[in-house]
Ligand binder design. Structure first.
Ligand code: ARG
Length: 286
């Protein structure tokens, strides 16, 4: 085993630190970035004039995949499609809860074909799939927080889709308005820590939304601009462990202080497309 570890350092994740918190078993859908590149600009992080490395993206993504497997998650894979540069960001592929799936309808034509591709996968996997009538980018903008769904709007996902979400899932949907173009999806501005708590970047929201977050989550972790600037909030966990950007040092310390076991990964190449850990993760909830 020692030899294996020396030969494949990228597959070795740090053993989770001690935590008294209780993990919920997670099932997720990921998409290997075999066709990842940045050839257009649909968010401020993307610079098509600078080259990117598909190989580096794949290697980094494999480390994220390995981290999830090491945490005991069930990881499903959807086949990447040639020409869909952004398909690796599976969070945008839809939203699932209670065995139902709400399909994505993308803002930009470059990603439009991903909507039907993810819906077909979810159908095949046994979800009751609801085709969308309104523009929405799936779990990039819809996050489950306890019994409620937090729903972003302002850049991609439309407010009309929040009503559609409410009708399909019969849950409370809390609309939150995003105002900073660098944090254009809700999952870049809020991290779900567990059923009770979240972490967020206050300046990413308008005043009313920030007030709503303060009311609902008085004990939330507020992250610094530095941690947000490496998409530190774009993280995923199971209530006990949080997989986060390794460069988000302050967020890492705050999470450990609150008793979460953190696992750091480096997705710097995928950050060039404007995404991180959570963007590469679509949770499947039966
Ligand atoms: N390049 C992609 C886009 O702009 C990145 C998506 C990031 N995904 C996310 N869930 N935040 O659409």
């Amino acid at each position: 085993a020692a030899t294996m570890e020396r030969m494949q350092p990228e597959l070795v994740t740090a053993p989770p630190i001690e935590s008294d918190r209780v993990a919920t078993h997670k099932t997720v859908l990921m998409c290997r970035p075999d066709f990842f590149t940045v050839s257009y600009r649909i968010n401020p992080w993307m610079h098509p004039e600078h080259p990117t490395s598909t190989q580096t993206a794949v290697t980094q993504w494999e480390a994220l995949h390995a981290a999830y497997v090491a945490l005991g998650y069930d990881v499903h894979l959807i086949d990447p499609i040639d020409g869909l540069n952004d398909m690796v960001y599976s969070a945008n592929g839809g939203f699932t809860l209670d065995g139902k799936a709400y399909g994505a309808l993308f803002t930009y034509e470059q990603r439009a074909p991903e909507g039907p591709a993810y819906m077909a996968w979810l159908q095949e996997a046994g979800f009751e799939v609801h085709a969308p009538s309104h523009v929405n980018e799936g779990e990039g903008d819809f996050l489950v927080a306890g019994d409620a769904i937090l729903a972003g709007h302002g850049f991609r996902t439309t407010l009309e889709s929040h009503d559609e979400l409410r009708r399909i899932f019969g849950r409370e949907v809390v609309s939150l308005r995003l105002v900073d173009p660098s944090f254009y999806h809700l999952d870049t501005a809020i991290a779900i820590l567990d059923d009770q708590n979240v972490a967020y970047l206050p300046k990413a929201f308008d005043d009313a939304s920030r007030a709503e977050l303060e009311r609902r989550f008085p004990d939330a972790v507020l992250v610094s601009d530095d941690d947000a600037a490496v998409l530190g909030l774009n993280s995923f966990g199971d209530g006990r462990s949080m997989v986060i950007a390794s460069r988000a040092a302050g967020f890492d310390r705050d999470l450990q202080a609150r008793g979460y076991a953190t696992v750091g990964v480096d997705l710097s190449e995928l950050l060039l497309g404007g995404g991180g850990v959570k963007c590469c993760t679509l949770e499947l909830r039966r």
